[in-house]
Design a binder for this molecule. Sequence first.
Ligand code: AMP
Length: 112
Amino acid sequence: MNDCIFCKIIAGEIPSAKVYEDDEILIFKDIAPIAKIHLLCVPKEHFAYLSDVTAERAALLGRTLEKIGKLRSRLGLDDGYRLVINQGENAGQTVHHLHIHILGGEPLPWGN
Ligand code: AMP
């Protein structure tokens, strides 16, 4: 998508701190981390919301979760991690290209 910042990062038009890439996904460091480790895992195909998920995209997301699990040591997440997908305004979604926040590297607060 022309005006999507994550599509531009995937295309290499905007620099990013890449930590993993294959033909389906890119994982890079969040520019404004909220945890010691804060990565973004982005499918290369542009779609914004879980409500846009088709059977093919559901399979892609399943493979993506499997990859994150297998990459945990390489990503420094052996002590545990949290995955977050913000959806829509109330969740504070600012980039409308589906992405999974990967948080870890330290104990993560939960609730208030
Ligand atoms: P969300 O609020 O769930 O849409 O998350 C968007 C995330 O993208 C935020 O945590 C931003 O800090 C992050 N972000 C925005 N622009 C960039 C960028 N150029 N490189 C890395 N992370 C970015």
